[in-house]
Design a protein around this ligand. Structure first.
Ligand SMILES: Cc1ncc(COP(=O)(O)O)c(C=O)c1O
Length: 380
């Protein structure tokens, strides 16, 4: 017999995780595969972080610091805010979900871009609220004017993903500042900067400073990407005291585990090592983009650690066919069909060897496909 559940559950979009490496090996009977599907760091955590985590295991019989005081203090100092303007989460996903729980009710709306991060539509459905999904502009970035126009008196939350997942397009700080200024001062705005570290524009970081002066703004970042700690789950938000109090009032008391707090704190102490890793990802992103530009596959210029590509697919098979062919060659990328981008593939930037393996598989498949697009043109 089934249990009684909320009718909202039926409406929650089903999240289809990508295939694991083990699943791909078993399914295609191959010996090795590389995973460029989840926008992870190709590098393990820094050695000092691994040491701190190993040492921290001795204390796992104790609860973590529920207020994550040391990490909050370190992040507050880094961003020039008070510790009461920082909140720590079990990954930044935790904070995004908590924002939905704290702010939304039936009859209210949340405005976000589409396609964008798959978690956003979930917030509205889980709260019985309405999600207003605003299509991206033709350049694959947020259509901020259309998003502003979608805001009305029912709107409780606006989310901007910058750079946007899955397209990688970055909106300038000026554009976002104008957008924030155009909205009511008491409307909560969340700017999700999960891929901030990979932005190579001079204005990167300015929206975080804006959070110091706009109490209705919260910027979230994560240790999952550049810091290589996604397996531990730790992210944070910087925002006005009202934002932080709203999240704090609804989060579970020990939402971020002790090892994650210690690892994040240690990782912050090695900015040069972080910078080297980030530079390598950026330089590989340029190399992959240049290589793709010389082929018949189109792509969207990215400011994140992934590139959204449009294969000149086998017309019979579509991009899912190309996705499948790449899997057979041991290259795991994300099928855009699962991300709201049918006909495209999202390819994470890996190590130089992994990227070269992707490019050589891509060259095989591109050569075997009909040449119907202009070399080097970008998607759309
Ligand atoms: C746009 C965006 N925001 C947030 C996250 C969540 O990151 P985490 O919960 O690992 O901090 C991701 C993860 O892929 C993401 O793409």
């Amino acid at each position: 017999m089934s249990i009684r559940t909320s009718p909202r559950l039926a409406a929650i979009p089903h999240y289809e995780p990508g295939l694991t490496t083990a699943e791909v090996l078993a399914r295609y009977g191959i010996d090795s595969a590389i995973k460029l599907a989840s926008n992870e760091s190709p590098f393990p955590p820094m050695p000092e972080v691994v040491e701190v985590v190993a040492a921290g295991m001795q204390g796992l019989n104790r609860y973590p610091d529920g207020a994550a005081r040391a990490l909050r203090r370190a992040l507050a100092e880094r961003h020039g805010v008070g510790p009461d303007e920082v909140v720590i989460g079990n990954g930044s996903c935790d904070l995004i979900l908590l924002a939905g729980q704290a702010l939304l009710d039936p009859g209210t709306t949340v405005v976000h871009a589409d396609p964008s991060f798959a978690l956003y539509p979930h917030l509205a459905t889980a709260a019985g609220a309405e999600g207003i999904a605003v299509p991206l502009a033709p350049d694959d970035g947020h259509d901020l004017d259309a998003m502003a126009a979608a805001v009305d008196e029912r709107t409780r939350l606006v989310i901007v993903c910058n750079p946007n997942n899955p397209t990688g397009v970055y909106r300038s700080a000026d554009a976002i500042e104008r957008f924030v200024d155009s909205l009511p001062e008491d409307l909560a705005i969340l700017v999700d900067e999960a891929y901030y570290d990979f932005v190579d524009r001079p204005d990167a970081g300015r929206i975080m400073s804006l959070a110091r002066t706009r109490p209705n703004l919260m910027v979230t970042r994560t240790f999952s990407k550049a810091h290589g700690l996604c397996g531990l789950r730790v992210g944070y938000g910087v925002g006005g005291a009202g934002w932080i109090a709203a999240i704090d009032s609804i989060r579970q008391p020990f939402n971020t585990n002790a090892l994650a707090q210690a690892a994040a704190l240690e990782s912050l102490k090695h900015p040069h090592a972080l910078e080297r890793r980030v530079r390598e990802v950026m330089s590989e992103r340029s190399r992959v983009a240049s290589a793709l530009a010389a082929t018949t596959w189109a792509f969207t210029a990215s400011q994140a650690n992934f590139i959204l590509v449009r294969p000149d697919s086998d017309p019979a098979a579509g991009s899912s066919g190309v996705h499948e062919q790449l899997l057979r060659l041991g290259i795991i990328v994300r099928d855009g069909a699962a991300l709201g981008c049918p006909g495209r593939l999202r390819v994470s930037i890996g190590t130089p060897d992994e990227n070269s393996a992707f490019l050589s598989a891509q060259a095989q498949l591109a050569r075997s496909a009909p040449r119907e697009t202009q070399p080097g043109r970008t998607a759309k």
